[in-house]
Unconditional design. Structure first.
Length: 415
């Protein structure tokens, strides 16, 4: 016997169907189902449509009744986070805002290396617990799928500890966690050798274990003057491609260059792009690589935003993610950040919502979510409102009142 539930009536359902993966979107392109219902069968959406029509068509369905005005959108997908870490970088943040330079902060014991030290000191259990806690906080803000990177271990054993913690956290956390290996975050201070030697060691020693233990199918690298150069990364990404890993790139954050590598290696996504110029924008727009804007990092560092408007107008696929991390993006509130990016970059509601739903799902190569459509996962974010525009209008301060993950009501503010 199938378990069928009909949720509704919703004042509006915004299913995000019929929206192109790439390019600008006008708000007129958003389909709006008025007085709608969503029929769920187990973990999947069976149908969306008019609530009364669905009630008649599926009389056996159990009704989950809604009182008052509610708007439903697909559960959000956050395609770029670093929420598995130990320690805090509050001191760095204060020093940076007091005008101290990157070097002064590093000399005072801050920077990524501080997080590496604190993460290495943390046990597998501690990392698992704190990752679950942070992931569940994202869920209350409507995020039902979260990508989580390693990259604060920077030895084979410590990267494995992080990726095992993310895997364990995924078993318990309410959102689904998609892990990524970011062992190529920076050259660890205590590695005795060059960038190329470090990357060679990681690809030879760590990659096979990732496959064996099924810890991740995604490899990411930070291409930047302070991390790895486009030349350094060639052999690393070639090896990752040969082994059928999907590739993602931290690209063009402070200087351009990473996006070109991303496109050359047919990366699933190129993330950051704050320093992308017209050449990089054209390259990304012509590629299948998803451009991921990380407004949380711009807000955290007080830097320019990703040129989201230009990317969309050039025809790129634009996703928006929180980059939640202890250093540059401690806020971890995707909806607030996406809303602010929309204000500064003049993005339509449709473009921002697509950036945190279907286009973000594409940035993780997930085809089973990001839209409210028959056959897809029943991941829903429900807001107390009579107008979907409220969701971005309140700049993240209007929180979901209900969140459904895989057909289960996992968060209910009414109770
Ligand atoms: Zn990042």
């Amino acid at each position: 016997m199938k378990n069928r539930t009909l949720i509704g009536p919703f004042k509006q359902i915004i299913p995000m169907t019929g929206i192109n993966l790439k390019g600008a979107i006008s708000d007129h392109e958003l389909e709006i189902i008025e007085d709608g219902g969503i029929l769920i069968e187990d973990n999947l959406i069976l149908a969306t449509g008019n609530f009364e029509d669905l009630k008649i068509a599926y009389p056996e369905a159990e009704i989950h009744p809604l009182k008052g005005n509610h708007v439903c959108v697909p559960g959000f997908v956050d395609a770029h986070t670093h929420i598995c870490f130990g320690g805090s970088r509050a001191k760095d943040y204060a020093m940076r805002n007091a005008g101290k330079s990157y070097l002064e902060i590093a000399h005072a014991g801050g920077g990524i290396w501080d997080t590496v030290t604190q993460t290495r000191k943390s046990s597998l259990e501690e990392l698992t617990k704190s990752t679950i806690k942070r992931a569940n906080r994202h869920l209350k803000n409507g995020t039902t799928t979260l990508e989580v990177k390693s990259g604060y271990g920077l030895t084979v054993a410590e990267e494995l500890k992080m990726l095992r913690a993310i895997k364990n956290a995924d078993n318990e956390a309410l959102p689904e966690l998609i892990s990524t290996c970011l062992a190529a975050h920076m050259l660890p201070k205590d590695f005795d050798g060059s960038e190329i030697e470090y990357l060679k060691m990681i690809s030879e020693e760590l990659f096979p274990i990732l496959k064996e233990e099924n810890l991740t199918h995604r490899i990411d690298a930070f291409i930047e003057q302070s991390a790895f150069s486009a030349d350094d990364i060639q052999a690393y990404f070639s090896k990752a491609s040969e082994m059928n890993f999907d590739i993602a790139v931290h690209a063009d954050q402070f200087s351009a260059g990473g996006s070109k590598v991303a496109v050359e290696f047919n990366a699933i996504s190129a993330d950051h792009l704050e320093a992308s110029g017209d050449t990089e924008i054209a390259l990304l727009a012509q590629s299948d690589t998803i451009s991921v804007a990380l407004p949380g990092a711009s807000i955290g560092l007080g830097c320019d935003f990703t040129p989201a408007r230009k990317l969309l107008d050039a025809g790129a696929a634009l996703a928006i993610a929180s980059d939640h991390n202890p250093g540059s993006a401690p806020m971890g509130d995707l909806l607030t950040q996406a809303s602010i990016l929309g204000t500064f970059q003049k993005l339509t509601n449709a473009e921002v919502l697509a950036g945190i739903t279907l286009r973000a799902a594409a940035a993780l190569k997930l085809e089973d979510r990001g839209k409210l459509e028959a056959g897809l996962l029943a991941d829903l974010a429900v807001f107390h409102s009579d107008n979907y525009q409220d969701i971005l209008y309140y700049q993240g301060n209007l929180k979901p009142c209900m969140v459904w993950k895989n057909g289960t009501l996992v968060f209910d503010r009414h109770k």
